[in-house]
Each structure stands twice: as C-alpha cells, then as structure tokens.
Design a protein around this ligand. Structure first.
Ligand code: ATP
Ligand code: MG
Length: 582
C-alpha cells in the first residue's frame, strides 16, 4: 500500500521510461516462450525428416531471436537502472529536505540513527524493489503462465506431471520463505543495532578511551555482530535447502516426462520434438517459481522500507509556518515588550511539564537572567523562543506578535539563540559565522568576534577568518567553540538574543568581559542569559528563578535575595555572605 503511494508520488517523471522498459521485457518474454516451439519444429520437421535446409533456417531464426532479444533485454536493464536510481535520488532528496523541515519534537521521535538508516538503507531497498519490479515482475509470472499454457497445449496428460512438480516446488519455497522472512526483518533490526553501537562509539571515542572502556565496547560490538551473523547464517542454511530440492524435484519430473513421453511416442500420439519442448517449458515454469519467491522477498523488504520512508515524508512538521504568517515588526510599538512569555507551559510528550506557567516581559534592550538547577527547564525555555518547539499552553510574543503567527525566517532573523551545546560544522570560521547572514562583511564578523571575546584566538589562527574548522569544531577548545557560537549569534544584529549557558566554559574574567561587551553594544539587543552562575545573572534587569519548570521567583537580584529562598540559597553557595547581603 505504502509502496503504491511512494510510486504515485515519485514515479511520474520516470513513467515513460518505466513503460518502455516493461514493454521491452514483454518482447523478451515472448521470444523466450517461442524458442522451445521452434526447437520442437527443428527436431520434428528438420532432424526427423533429414531436412538440413530447414534446420539451418530455424537455427538462424533462433540466433536472430537471441540477438534481438538481447537488444531488448539490454534496453530494459538500462531503463530499469535509470528509473530506480533516479527515483532513489528523488526520494533521498525529498527525505533530506523533509528532515530539514521537521520540528525538534519530530526529530526526537524518530531519532538520528533511524533517520540515517531511512535515508540510506531503506531508500536502497526500495530502489532494488523498483529495479526488480521492472526487470522481473513481468518476466517470471509471464514465463510461468505462458509456459504452462504452451505445455498444456502440447499435451494435457503430461501436464499432470508438471502440476505435481510445480506444487511440490511451490511448497518447498513456501516453507523456506515463511521461516526466513521474519529472520530477514530481524537481520534488518540487528543491523540497526550494530550501526547504533558503531555510531555511539565513534562519537564518544575520546570518552571511551579516557575511561578505558575499549574492551567493553569491543565486546558489545562483537556480540552484536555475532548475533547478526548467526541470524544470517540461519537464513543461509534455510536458503541452502532451496536449490538442491528444486533440482531434485525438477529432475524427477523430467525423468517422469521422458518415461511417460516415450510410451506416447511409441504409440504415435506425441513427437520427439514435442516431448523436448514440454521438458523445456516445464523447466522454465519450475525455475520461475524460484524467481517469483525471490520477488516476494524483495517486495516484502521494499514495502517495509517504503513504510518507513513514507512515515517520515507524511509527517507534517509540528512547528509549521502559518499560511497567513506575517513579517515581525522592526520594533515593538511603544510600551509593548520586545519579548514576552504569557503563562507558557511545555511538556515533552507524556511526561510531567518541563515548564509550567512561566510569564515575563522584557522591554527592548533589557536583560533577563535565568538561573535554576540542572533539569529545571532553562534549555526548554530557550528552545521555545526560536520555535524549535511550540508551547503546550500560553503565548510567546516578539515585538508584540505571537511567534506562531510570524514567518519563520523573520522570527529567526529577529531572535538569535546560542544553544547550550556549542556546535560547529566543518568548513571555515567564516562559513560558521555567517549562518545568519551569508553576505556579512569581514568588519561585521570581526566585530561579532570582538564582542564574543573571540578576536584574539581567531587572529592567532593561521588564515584568520578562513582558518579551517573540523567537523564538530574539534580543533577548538570548549571555550573557544562557545565564543565562536556566541559570535555567530551576534552576526546580523538580532533584536533578541538568548544565551543558553553559553559561557559555561569561560573563566570568570572572560565571562565578565563578555557580559560587559554585550551591554556596550550600540543597538543593545534584548538579552536572555541562562546560567548556573549567580555572577552571570546578578547584574540583569530581571532574574527568573526556575525550579522544576516552575517560576520560583522573578525580580532583581536585591529583591530576590530578600524574597526568594531558592535564589538566596544559590547565592550563598556561590558568593561570600557579605556579598549577598549588601
Ligand atoms: N528532548 C527531550 N525529550 C524529553 N524530555 C526532555 C528533552 N529535553 C529535556 N527534557 C526534560 O525536560 C526537563 C528540562 O530540561 P532542560 O534541558 O530544559 O533543563 P535545563 O534547565 O536546561 O538543565 P541544564 O542546566 O542541565 O542544562 C528535564 O527533566 C529533561 O529531562
Ligand atoms: Mg540546559
């Protein structure tokens, strides 16, 4: 079913090629079916009557059929490859584009490893199914049916032998296939498992090494591989039954035909040529049963993969742009906050609320500090600001507009965020900094770097702005990475900037200089600073204290020290008592 909807969506550009390919296959099949008939005539009318001229003519016809048939086969294979590869590419691109549109919640649900397998392996399975479909789906059923009809038209009674053989072979295939198909699925899942372990290990290779866990991880990998190998071997043993039993049944059938046929030839009701033709047709029928069974396997796998692909393609992104989305105003109307949360709650599917009933309002240029224990919902709040998720309840406004009604590009231009995990992509410093504004000038980039306190180390790197960045930014220290991602967020002068624990790896002095530089910016952005450090938030215009997703306090440092016990406690744990109380 899903295979059909996949075809409906991706086949149209290749429809003509698929049709021509299939027609070529039909011609090839007709030629194959004619061949035994011609051989029969050669034997009966040519060899038996010693008519050499006829034998040569028919022989030439056979050669001609073979050559022309080969031409059609060639065209068909070529078209099948073009169609399946072309469709595969289109499907892969569509999947990739879709993954880019999906919201964070959708991505959480599928999981990265599964998305990777879907884009690679599942698309391959579908490609194989399509190519096999064009090349085999017409061929083998047609050959089977055509051969049965041709054989029956030669002699009905010999047909009984054919029927018995066909049913026995079909039975053998049925038994083997019904056992192997579940194993095929298991193999697929075990492959997923192996790639998950490999992936985890490659990503965490330093940690694994640092903790001396190599041996443990090796074992984990080896046992997963062995498990997969065992299942594959079990499938192999089952399939190993197929060929010997098929040939045994087939050859017994041939013996039976020759024996029964010879009696009829003696009686004069059959010719030698007819018996040979019958044997040929029977062989074709029996061989095609094997191919049809293989097709069943390919299509079973292909349709399982098609389901996994369509699952992704049919996901409508949770965070989508409304059709009547508007451009955010360049500045809020007088008296309207630049960023406000109105009774915002958020729950990650099913669990208890990660954020409950959070409200605050920031005037343009104001700074909000957010502090709270680990897991208190700080990063969740930051993700809501750029609509990585939409609130379960409540409204978030930027410049007075509910961000669900804002165009996504406009929102992301206005609001810039620095995620807690600094992530850089392979490229250069410049390519990493200009994400928000592709045409940013060198001056602009250096200015952002200066504010982010990243100027010095970038200047020291060979190549400066064009210094290479390795995948994941591994050629930079944690603190350098953080400062680069802060600089990236500053490029293009966002009106609102959200820093999620973005300076956690900086020493106190650098952190203080960063905060000072942010304050000194000419068009000072409205800023949300999330941190575990009191020092980083105490100077903010307002401070929001989060505790298990709930607002434990909102106010200035002085107010909170007096009124909010949780805040006071955090302060006492990090500052000297006299600093807290004056
Ligand atoms: N993608 C997710 N799926 C499900 N639950 C999540 C997800 N991200 C966070 N949570 C849960 O939501 C709660 C709040 O997490 P959040 O990341 O916002 O905390 P945090 O305050 O940023 O913590 P930290 O200081 O450690 O960064 C936690 O209980 C966490 O388990
Ligand atoms: Mg966090």
């Amino acid at each position: 079913m899903t295979m059909l909807s996949l075809l409906r969506r991706f086949l149209p550009p290749f429809r003509n090629k698929a049709i021509v390919g299939t027609i070529c296959k039909v011609v090839e099949v007709i030629f194959d079916l004619l061949t035994p008939m011609i051989v029969a005539r050669m034997i009966d009318a040519g060899v038996a009557a010693h008519d050499m001229a006829l034998v040569v003519r028919l022989g030439a016809l056979l050669v001609l059929l073979a050559v022309v048939g080969y031409g059609f086969t060639f065209v068909c294979q070529r078209l099948a490859a073009t169609v399946s590869q072309g469709m595969g590419t289109d499907i892969r691109n569509a999947l990739y584009a879709k993954v880019g549109e999906l919201g964070a919640a959708d991505l959480d649900r599928f999981g990265t490893p599964s998305l990777v397998t879907r884009v690679t392996n599942d698309v391959n399975q579908v490609q194989v199914a399509i190519a096999m479909g064009i090349r085999m789906l017409i061929r083998w059923p047609f050959i089977a049916i055509g051969s049965i009809v041709a054989a029956m038209s030669i002699d009905l009674r010999l047909g009984a032998v054919l029927a018995v053989c066909a049913v026995s072979i079909a039975l053998v295939f049925w038994v083997v296939m019904s056992r192997s198909i579940p194993l095929f699925r298991a193999i697929q899942e075990k492959l997923d498992g192996i790639s998950r372990i490999a992936r985890e290990n490659l990503e965490g290779v330093r940690v694994v090494r640092a903790f001396g866990r190599e041996e443990h991880e090796d074992e984990r990998f080896v046992s997963a591989s062995r498990d997969q190998a065992d299942t594959s071997i079990a499938v192999g043993k089952l399939s190993a039954l197929l060929n010997p039993s098929t040939y045994l049944i087939m050859n017994l059938g041939v013996v039976a035909i020759l024996w029964a046929g010879s009696v009829r030839i003696d009686a004069g009701s059959l010719t030698q040529g007819e018996v040979i033709a019958f044997v040929n047709y029977m062989t074709q029928v029996l061989v095609s049963i094997g191919y049809v069974a293989n097709l069943v396997v390919v299509f079973t796998r292909g349709s399982a993969s098609a389901t996994r692909i369509m699952e992704v393609l049919n996901t409508s992104p949770e965070v989508a742009e409304a059709s009547d989305a508007v451009e955010l105003p360049a500045a809020p109307a007088p008296g309207t906050p630049a960023l406000s949360f109105e009774n915002v709650s958020f729950t990650y599917g099913g669990q208890s609320a990660a954020l409950g009933n959070v409200s605050f309002a920031l005037a343009p240029g104001e700074t909000l500090g957010i502090i709270g224990g680990t897991g208190s919902g700080k990063s969740t709040l930051s993700a809501l600001c750029t609509r990585l998720y939409d609130p379960t309840q409540g409204i978030i406004r930027v410049n007075g507009v509910d961000i669900r009604h804002a165009r996504l590009d406009s929102l992301r231009k206005t609001v810039s965020s620095v995620p807690q995990r600094a992530s850089l992509l392979s490229g250069t410093i410049r390519s990493n900094l200009s994400w928000r504004k592709l045409e940013a000038s060198d001056d602009e980039l250096w200015q952002a770097l200066a504010t982010a306190q990243a100027q010095d180390f970038v200047r020291e790197k060979e190549g400066g702005l064009d210094a290479p960045v390795e995948a994941g930014g591994v050629n930079f220290s944690g603190g350098q990475r953080q400062r680069l991602t802060i600089a990236r967020a500053l490029v293009g002068s966002p009106q609102v900037i959200v820093l999620d624990d973005a300076a956690s790896a900086l020493d106190y002095a650098t952190d203080a200089r960063l905060r000072h530089a942010l304050k000194e910016l000419s068009d000072r952005p409205t800023t949300v600073v999330i941190s575990q450090r009191v020092a980083a938030v105490m100077g903010s215009d307002q401070i929001l204290v989060l505790d298990h997703g709930q607002m434990a306090g909102l106010g200035t440092h002085d107010e909170l020290v007096r009124t909010c016990p949780i805040y006071r406690e955090i302060c006492l744990s990090q500052l000297k008592a006299e600093e807290v109380d004056n």
